[in-house]
Each structure stands twice: as C-alpha cells, then as structure tokens.
Design a protein around this ligand. Structure first.
Ligand code: PLP
Length: 217
C-alpha cells in the first residue's frame, strides 16, 4: 500500500512485460479521499490524479493548484453535456466519452475555448446494462464519428465487470484500439493494474491501493 509501493509494482510489471516504465502513467484516483491524504501524496511528488465527479473536483483542486505546480487532472467518471465547460477548466484528460451527444458538446466547447482535453472513449467491454460506455460492436463507428468532428481521441478506456477475469476485457480493449490506430489504453485499477500493464495499459487508475479505503461520505 502507498504510492512508493505502487510505483515499485508498476516498474516490476513493466520489466516483466519488457516495457519502459515511462510508458505507463499512474493516475492516483483521489475521489472521496480526505484532503490530508491527497496532500500527503502530492508532497511525495505525485502530480497526476483522477476524479470521477466534476463538482467534487471543483471543490478540491483549484486550492491544491495554488500550492502545487504541474497538477495533471483526469476525469474518469461520467460527464453530463452541461458540465463540459467546467470540465474543460479543470481536467487535462477526459476518459469517459461515450455517446454522440457528449462528443458534439465537447467539440462545440473546444471550438469556443480554443483547446480540448485529451480524450479517451469509454468502451463497455462487458456489455453491462448499468455501465457507461459504447458497446464493443459500436466502438469503431463511434471512434470514426469523434474523429470526423476533429476531437483529439488519444485512446480507449474500460472498467471490466467485477466478477469476470479483467484480462479478457483488457485484451479486447487493446484489440479495438489497435485496429483503430489508437495508442492510449486507460485500464487497470488497484486490484488488477499489473495485468493491465502486461496487456499494454498506458494509463492505470489506482485509488484505494495508494490512499487506503475510501471513507464513505
Ligand atoms: C474509483 C475508480 C478507480 C479506482 O479504483 P480502485 O479500486 O480504488 O483503485 C478507477 N477507475 C474508475 C473509473 C473509478 O471510478
């Protein structure tokens, strides 16, 4: 547990996979964590963080940004079309692009703002009804649609079903990315990031293994 331990495990997983450790970005998922824990991880030098709600991030990160330079914030949770503008002001990457309406809203605001966060398209690899993301069979079309409106699509993201072997989902996501010429793979969490690294993850999203269990609010 803890940041150093996770960094060591990433380095080991990379070595085993014959990958450069610099090819994997660790996103420390700070959602719901008390500010003291987040500050402690910032003080250890971590700058890349993930949040799953725009509103929670708004209440927390502007202040941290006054004390720490170079914070790189990733939105990893669902995004409402009407929250796109505030999301642009906070996040350098959005990992939850999953429907045409949202893609269109992002394109419009990118035009107005003159910049756009890096985008990852979320794929519902387990085809779970309650989960966000495009279905695997619709991914190619949706990626093409996003590119047609000039969105900066960097890669794909998935959250495997809790009760299935995640490697199957990571491999599926990697396959969809490869046939679409995408390099970014946002996959792997506290319990499975080493398997994600073995299958090509470029962005892993690790929360509780760094910060400890999330305290219920
Ligand atoms: C909370 C969350 C994580 C981190 O989960 P842990 O199991 O605490 O590592 C990763 N990805 C998403 C999308 C999340 O919502």
């Amino acid at each position: 547990m803890g940041l150093q331990d996770i960094q060591d495990r990433i380095a080991k997983a990379c070595a085993e996979a014959g990958r450069d450790a610099a090819s994997v970005k660790l996103i420390a998922v700070s959602k719901v964590q008390p500010n003291e824990r987040v500050r402690a991880v910032l003080e250890q030098g971590q700058r890349c963080f993930g949040e799953n709600r725009v509103q929670e991030a708004q209440g927390k990160w502007p202040e941290f940004r006054e004390s720490f330079d170079g914070i790189d914030l990733h939105l990893i949770g669902p995004l409402q079309s009407n929250k796109v503008r505030p999301a642009f002001g906070l996040f350098q990457s959005i990992h939850s692009v999953d429907r045409p309406k949202l893609a269109t809203a992002i394109a419009r605001i990118a035009q107005e703002e003159g910049h756009c966060p890096d985008l990852f398209i979320q794929v519902n690899t387990g085809e779970e009804e309650q989960k966000a993301g495009v279905l695997p069979a619709q991914a190619d079309d949706f990626i093409a649609e996003c590119r047609a409106i000039d969105l900066p699509v960097r890669g794909l993201m998935c959250i495997p079903p809790v009760d299935e072997e995640p490697s199957l989902h990571f491999a599926l996501l990697a396959k969809i990315a490869e046939r679409n010429g995408l390099n970014g793979l946002s996959m792997g969490m506290s319990s499975d990031f080493e398997r994600a690294v073995a299958l090509g993850a470029t962005h892993i999203r690790v929360g509780s293994a760094i910060f400890g269990d999330r305290v219920p609010t």
